[in-house]
Ligand binder design. Structure first.
Ligand SMILES: [Fe+2]
Length: 226
């Protein structure tokens, strides 16, 4: 992705999040120059990759296959200095913009529609060799359990949520004609470097082409700002 596109998409996200009356912590708005003034007292943000995250999953086509996120809090499975066992993110999903089919080996997560359009979530169980199972899928949505066929697409309307257990494949996008969606994610500790099993070969972090100066620092870029 081009840096100009990253800047533009994050600016749009800031506007949308404000419009939805959700508030981000102060570090959401710090650019590279401000980050240079922040010392080791902010290492939790750097070490646990909190903050902005934008990806086209290696597709080169962010509008159709992509996701914009902000990690608000997280623990760290590789550093026992951090004792949080939980994580929280906010995600922005456009109409028909797909996050490809994947599951997590360790992280159980709740995906919550915080407002805007409807979120569509397709679910499958995985087999032992990490393929798609054709077995019925047990679903838990806001305190109600039910069983659906493999590959069922569920509609999550504003206020509703779905629990995704480990090993359950999920793919999601915003429903056409309903507007972009503000999604909350409440989960166990998140490790995007090692805990995503994508069904198809996919990149998790995008390479950025520097065509203008960055307005924001992404969660995987703190080491480049000194
Ligand atoms: Fe997931």
């Amino acid at each position: 992705m081009k840096r100009s596109e990253v800047n533009h998409k994050i600016k749009e996200a800031v506007d949308f999040i404000e419009q939805m009356n959700f508030k981000l912590p102060p570090f959401a708005y710090w650019g590279p120059e401000e980050w240079k003034t922040k010392g080791s007292e902010y290492d939790e943000i750097r070490d646990n990759m909190l903050g902005w995250d934008i990806t086209d999953f290696g597709s080169g086509d962010f509008e159709n296959i992509g996701l914009l996120l902000f990690t608000i809090r997280n623990g760290n499975l590789n550093n026992d200095k951090y004792i949080k066992t939980y994580a929280e993110k906010i995600l922005i999903v456009e109409e028909e913009q797909v996050t490809p089919l994947h599951f997590h080996w360790n992280k159980m997560e709740d995906i919550i529609n915080r407002g805007g359009g409807n979120l569509m979530v397709q679910v499958y169980n995985s087999t032992e060799d990490e393929e798609l199972a054709d077995t019925p899928v047990e679903i838990s949505m806001d305190g109600r359990v039910c069983t659906v066929d493999a590959g069922t697409v569920l509609r999550i309307t504003p206020g509703e949520s779905i629990t995704l257990p480990v090993g359950q494949y999920h793919k999601f996008w915003g429903e056409k004609g309903t507007g972009k969606v503000l999604i909350g994610e409440v989960s166990m500790v998140n490790d995007d470097n090692a805990d995503n099993r994508f069904y198809e070969q996919t990149g998790r972090f995008s390479d950025i082409e520097e065509d203008e100066a960055p307005l924001y620092v992404l969660g995987n870029e703190y080491s480049t700002v000194k």
